[in-house]
Write a protein that binds this ligand. Structure first.
Ligand code: BES
Ligand code: ZN
Ligand code: ZN
Length: 498
């Protein structure tokens, strides 16, 4: 979708659909400005439009150049935040579904927000709301859609332009992540995933290198190899790097993404319904890292970032790892495997251990790690955990704030030492499951054994994949994590100004 900015007046915008976000006060006081632009039809529909969030009214005006106008409610003016604007824009995108619309304009409303933030949010909401995954649809109708989005603003404003451009880049990166998650599992072997990452790197200007099984073995990534043993497809380990000359950091920020391309549970096999049936999403952490790298490179953020993506499927093939196996991990620690379905932590542990060789400033891992996190926090919020080391409170605050700004919410879970008891093994240094209670936390405590640097763990098992559409998220992959990571890194750049 092409995105541009225009100062043409509302009545002169020659588009198939004009989206006008309107707050409650303006709706109540008569929409006078809109009457000027579009005539008496506005007066006639006035009783039907409340201005509340989620309310919409479509108008076919006989005055002005727009073929259709849709009013979308913003609610009380003091409460308007970026997320409300995203959702309002997505209401506009949803209406397009049932119409033949190629060109859309959206008006930047007057709010307490700065115009850059507002226009970014509107573009994000619209592009994300307009997304649909059509790769496997043979019906050619699904090929059509909005080609051009015009962001309309009263005054020529560099900030609106900057916000719109960032909104487009970030939303497209989210769509990259969604596309990867939504791919059919048979098109998503570790090698195929790595090839897609190499292609993305070439397109957007970041470096990539892909380790094959031999190199993974030579490095001693036995956690990754153990999970891969039941599979016919070899694992990969992909390293992504964005290192601009003007980077504000010498030591990298590392993003680690869980890349389990399909999780059957292995020999500890999952049931199909409401469990294995969505497990193509188990590489959503990897997809978020790829999307974030794309956005960072396209925004040319002055920050040195490395991505690490261990990838394999988890299957119960003849040579699969079994409960009782003891694995000597990359770090040298031994792990007793008591449930082969707790595979994410096995591959992440090796990646986190390898991350130590970079002497990183910060490592953030993103993973669809535990069903327990979904039970604790639901489908819209990710769990966040961190280690007790150099400024853990600041880290939690930074990621929580990035969550609020981006609309990708995270909530902290505790990391008291008491939880570590649950991972003690009789035969090895630790076991890979901690029992029924506090599953999201014990998974994080497991990973903590493999880090010795400032670390943030994001369990995105809830929000990575939806079985029911919600606002600007369709059914399937949501791309959760991309916007959150980009905001975290933008904040890092802000705080480290030279
Ligand atoms: N991939 C799953 C976690 C998951 C669950 C992701 C729901 C998305 C939605 C993970 O590998 C897993 O199976 N975890 C187990 C851990 C248990 C065996 C300790 C779980 O959550 O049941
Ligand atoms: Zn699993
Ligand atoms: Zn898994």
């Amino acid at each position: 979708m092409k995105v541009s900015v225009s100062t043409i007046s509302l009545s002169e915008l020659d588009v198939d659909l004009l989206v006008v976000p309107v707050n409650l006060k303006d709706a109540e006081s008569g929409l006078t400005l809109l009457v000027e632009h579009f005539g008496s039809i506005i007066e006639r529909i006035r009783p039907d439009f409340s201005g509340k969030p989620g309310s919409t009214t479509v108008i076919y005006p006989d005055q002005g150049s727009a073929r259709r106008v849709v009013l979308v409610g913003l609610g009380e003016p003091e409460k308007i935040d970026p997320e409300l604007l995203r959702r309002a824009a997505a209401e506009g995108a949803a209406i397009v579904d049932s119409m033949s619309v190629e060109t859309v304009a959206i008006a930047v409303p007057e709010t307490m927000l700065d115009s850059e933030t507002a226009s970014q949010a509107l573009v994000e909401g619209f592009v994300l709301g307009a997304y649909s995954f059509t790769r496997y649809k043979t019906d050619s109708q699904s090929e059509t859609g909005v080609q051009r989005l015009v962001v309309q603003t009263v005054n020529e404003d560099k900030q609106v332009r900057r916000g719109a451009e960032r909104g487009r880049i970030v939303a497209e990166a989210v769509c990259t992540a969604r596309d990867l998650v939504n791919l059919s599992p048979d098109e998503k072997t570790p090698t195929m995933l790595s090839k897609a990452i190499e292609k993305s790197g070439r397109k957007f200007g970041y470096e990539t290198s892909v380790w094959d099984k031999a190199l993974i073995a030579a490095e001693g990534m036995n956690g990754l190899l153990a999970v891969n043993r039941g599979s016919k497809d070899p694992p990969t380990f992909t390293v992504l790097e964005w290192k601009p000359e003007n980077a504000r950091n010498m030591r990298p920020i590392i993003l680690v993404g869980k890349g389990v391309v399909f999780d059957t549970g292995g020999l500890s096999l999952k049931p199909t319904k409401d469990a294995m049936d969505s497990m193509k999403c188990d590489m959503a952490g990897a997809a978020a890292v790829v999307g974030a790298m794309e956005a960072i490179a396209r925004l040319a953020l002055p920050v040195f970032v490395v991505g690490l993506i261990p990838a394999t499927d988890n299957r119960p093939g003849e040579t699969a790892y079994v409960p009782g196996d003891v694995v000597r991990m990359h770090s040298g620690k031994t792990v007793e495997v008591l449930n082969t379905d707790a595979e994410g932590r096995m591959i992440l542990a090796d990646a986190l251990s390898y991350a130590r060789t970079f002497h990183p400033e910060l490592v953030v891992d993103v993973a669809t790690l535990t069903g327990a996190c979904v039970v604790a926090l639901g489908e819209f919020v990710a769990g966040v955990m961190t280690n007790e080391m150099n400024g853990s409170a600041e880290r939690l605050e930074a990621i929580t704030d990035a969550g609020r700004r981006s609309g990708e919410l995270v909530h902290p879970l505790p990391m008291y030492d008491e939880y570590s008891e649950l991972l003690k093994s009789d035969v090895a240094d630790l076991k890979n499951v901690g029992g029924r209670s506090a599953g999201a936390i014990t998974a994080a405590k497991f990973l903590e054994h493999f880090v010795d640097y400032p670390w943030i763990h994001l369990d995105i098992a809830g929000p990575a994949f939806l079985s029911k559409a919600h606002s600007y998220h369709p059914v399937g992959g949501t791309g959760f994590g991309v916007r959150l990571l980009v905001e975290l890194l933008r904040d890092f750049v802000q705080k480290n100004r030279t």
